[in-house]
Design a protein around this ligand. Structure first.
Ligand code: G4P
Length: 529
């Protein structure tokens, strides 16, 4: 197959949702369609179970699962599909944000009864800012839930989307009869348990045909006719270009658990979802069709075996072909590296591959060369943008609890930060180290991993910080900036890249500081250049 065709046939996407909306179930059904797995229950949920925060075996188990489900690839009707896993738990939101830099589109899963939930709002906002094409799947139609029109309104209002229904439910919950597929103009009847087999589809070319009444009953048929008339009146027609620009979002209804409405979603997805898209680097826009290989690290996973400290760096291929045993430039440190066993991921296994194409993800064994955001190329100095750090929510001093193991402790901290587990700040005044995280759970993960993987012990001490802001002076030489550095010295730190950060202790002090030093900009993300 030609290089161009290989690119054309790839679809790399992520499924985002609030925990429990049905992401794992949907993923599993998609894999069943692709023939990648044979039975339900094969995909393990990477959810942190409730109350598991101090159960370290649970955390280790989760890490195992999260390696296994990081990328799930399968073939469907000639299309190569790569699903990138996104943790739903809010403490791992930053992981999800980073994964979203490697997808070309997303599917948003919403629970019909719960509607738009908090995590969905945050994640969709990130996708909206980046104009990532989104398809919405409203799940659990076999249960009582919100009225379809109310839900579509809620999605538009809370998520700021412009929806285009591609299917429409016939009844709901107890009265759920099936789904009318607006896109394919057919009816899918729900028989209560389609778990094991794939449902039958009945073509309905004319909505007014009596055939519909016979299928779903006269009342339901009439309601559907009225509702579809409303849909046509209220919502725009589907426009692929608008979807690809992120201007409209097609919506499907279904029940993942019952494998209902999933095939419609998948068939439409394969047809409309974007092939690998060009990516902006600091230097230029890089096109997937370019001959030369480029790619970037969006995730690093530590090895599960504490005796081998190697890690798996996940690379998204942006352009060209990634080949085994070929030297590539690691742009940040200027070294040439080659990889003898790059892994590709399939539903239930990983395999060593000789060639990978744009859109694919390869896992490279790494002994400490990679950081999140690093770029690999055939020689060109390219830096991919868009993997910023956000201000953490929690801050604690980290102390060495075993003086004989300080070397191990610092190495451990260094590597865990490269993996993106948390952020490290070093205070300007006294060199003390502060760990900033998105959720409190990470502190336990860090402590546990430092001890088990590096043989080091740490303790924490609370620190009252409201936000970390990256500091950008208009003129580093002006008196205002000099005064700021002197007066606020106690609150200044360097992040791991050596950028200056202001650790504001309250919203009020941040506001006062902003007013007092108007020529200095305070950014809430590390990527402001
Ligand atoms: P997540 O990955 O988004 O967190 O959600 P997950 O797929 O694990 O689904 C959460 C719960 O919702 C599961 O039930 C799952 O069986 C159920 N579910 C998913 N899709 C549907 C659907 O279409 N209809 C109905 N009625 N339920 C659905 P659970 O009891 O939490 O877990 P389990 O014991 O069934 O695995």
């Amino acid at each position: 197959m030609s290089f161009k065709k290989e690119i054309e046939r790839r679809r790399t996407f992520g499924i985002i949702s609030h925990p429990d909306a049905g992401k794992t179930t949907l993923t599993e059904k998609l894999l069943l369609f692709g023939g990648a797995i044979q039975e339900a229950g094969a995909v393990k949920s990477n959810k942190i179970k409730k109350g598991a925060t101090s159960d370290f075996m649970e955390i280790e188990r989760q890490r195992g699962i999260s390696v296994a489900t990081s990328v799930l690839a399968f073939e469907y009707n000639g299309t190569k599909i790569n699903i990138l896993d996104t943790p739903g738990h809010k403490d791992f939101a930053e992981d999800t944000f980073r994964t979203l830099t490697a997808v070309d589109s997303v599917i948003v899963v919403i629970d019909v009864a719960k509607g738009v939930e908090e995590q969905t709002e945050k994640l969709v906002e990130v996708c909206r800012m980046r104009n990532i094409p989104m398809i919405v799947f409203i799940n659990k139609l076999d249960r009582e839930g919100k009225d379809a029109f109310d839900l579509l309104d809620e999605i538009e209002q809370k998520l700021g989307l412009t929806v285009v229904p591609m299917s429409f439910p016939i009844g709901m919950g107890y009265d759920f009869k099936g789904i009318y597929n607006i896109w394919e103009k057919n009816v899918n009847l729900f028989n209560g348990d389609s778990r094991k087999h794939i449902e039958e589809t009945i073509e309905i070319s004319d909505l007014n045909a009596k055939e519909l009444d016979a299928l779903v009953g006269e009342t339901s048929a009439n309601t559907l006719r009225e509702e579809l008339e409303l849909v046509t009146g209220i919502y725009p027609n589907f426009d692929k270009e608008a979807y690809l620009k992120g201007a409209v979002q097609p919506v499907f209804f279904g029940s993942a658990l019952n494998n209902f409405g999933v095939r419609e979603l998948l068939d439409c997805f394969v047809e409309i979802a974007p092939r690998p898209r060009p990516k902006q680097s600091e230097e230029r826009l890089v096109n997937p069709d370019e001959d030369k290989f480029t790619g970037f690290v969006f995730k690093i996973h530590a090895n599960m075996d504490p005796n081998h400290r190697d890690r798996l760096a996940f690379i998204k291929i942006v352009s060209g072909q990634f080949k085994r045993n070929t030297p590539y430039l690691h742009v940040r440190n200027g070294k040439k590296l080659k990889f003898s066993s790059p892994n590709a991921f399939f539903a239930e296994k990983k395999e060593i591959v000789d060639v990978s194409y744009p859109g694919d993800i390869v896992g490279l064994h790494d002994t400490g060369n990679f950081k999140i955001g690093d770029t690999l190329t055939e020689g060109e100095e390219i830096h991919y943008k868009g993997i910023p750090s956000f201000s953490p929510e929690h801050f604690r001093y980290i102390n060495n609890a075993d003086p004989l193991k300080s070397k191990q402790l610092y190495k451990g901290i260094d590597q865990l930060m490269d993996e993106g587990v948390a952020q490290l700040f070093t205070l300007e005044l006294n060199g003390r180290k502060v760990i900033g995280t998105v959720g409190a759970l990470q502190y336990e993960v860090i402590q546990y991993r430092l001890e088990h993987e590096y043989g080091a012990k740490c303790s924490y001490e609370n620190l009252a910080v409201h936000k970390a802001c990256w500091v950008e002076p208009e003129d580093p030489k002006n008196d205002e900036y000099k005064e700021f550095l002197r007066v606020k010295q106690r609150y200044l730190a360097k992040d791991k890249q050596g950028q200056l950060v202001f650790l504001a202790d309250s919203a009020f002090s941040l506001q006062m500081t902003q007013q007092k030093y108007p020529t200095i900009k305070f950014h809430f993300t590390s990527e402001f250049h």
